[in-house]
Design a protein. Structure first.
Ligand SMILES: [Zn+2]
Length: 215
């Protein structure tokens, strides 16, 4: 039995998926073996690049990406990575409430049923108030931000996941903001909570945004 210690974070899985999809596209459209081999090598190296360190066994697992010949095999390969996923830590309602002390009657998603394995950052919208809530784990601590999300009804590149998606304008009021002295920071991000988590391949833009609002 292989050692299935989780080591792949959601955003890293998204990188592997992206490379797997590119390999698939190439398999379907290119017959030249040399070109295919180049794509195989580059897919594995790009997947490995997003890890700080890998054991020999983990490297072997990622190298298997290059061996796939057919669409179904690529999907089977991606499915075989699921046990290695490091899930987002589960959040209790109490912990979430603590992150947003100013919000009365905080509306929460079903925290027990969330897909933590495929989550880089937890987010949900209270549609009654158009507030978007974000919970992120930073240095073993949860941080929370909330702000208004306004649908743009347009597609564009999300600031967090960099994919072309239906965007909303997310506006977060800064600390110390008062009616006389309004200050806020806004960004265009995905409207769809799940799509963003299924696309995000780099945590840096999200972390930069969090630090710009003081988290
Ligand atoms: Zn996004």
């Amino acid at each position: 039995m292989q050692n299935q210690t989780p080591f792949i974070h959601n955003h890293q899985l998204n990188v592997i998926k992206k490379q797997a999809n590119f390999l698939l596209k190439t398999l379907r459209s290119v017959a030249d073996r040399k070109v295919l081999d180049t794509v195989r090598v580059s897919a594995v190296s790009k997947a490995m690049d997003v890890f700080d360190e890998l054991t020999a066994e983990q490297k072997k697992l990622l190298e298997r990406l290059a061996d796939q010949e057919e669409a179904q095999h690529v999907q089977d390969y991606l499915n075989s990575l699921e046990p290695y996923l490091v899930p987002f830590p589960e959040v209790t309602a109490k912990q979430a409430q603590k992150l947003f002390p100013k919000v009365k009657k905080l509306k929460l998603p079903d925290l027990e049923r969330l897909d933590y394995a495929h989550t880089t950052y937890l987010r949900w919208v209270d549609h009654a108030t158009n507030r978007l809530f974000i919970v992120y784990e930073n240095q073993d601590q949860f941080v929370g931000i909330e702000g208004r999300i306004t649908p743009t009804h347009k597609k564009g590149f999300c600031m967090f996941c960099n994919r072309h998606q239906e965007l909303g304008f997310f506006n977060v009021k800064l600390k110390g903001s008062s009616p006389e002295n309004l200050s806020s920071i806004g960004q265009y991000i995905c409207m769809d909570d799940e799509a963003c988590n299924h696309s995000i391949t780099d945590k840096a833009p999200l972390e930069k945004f969090l630090s710009s609002v003081g988290k």
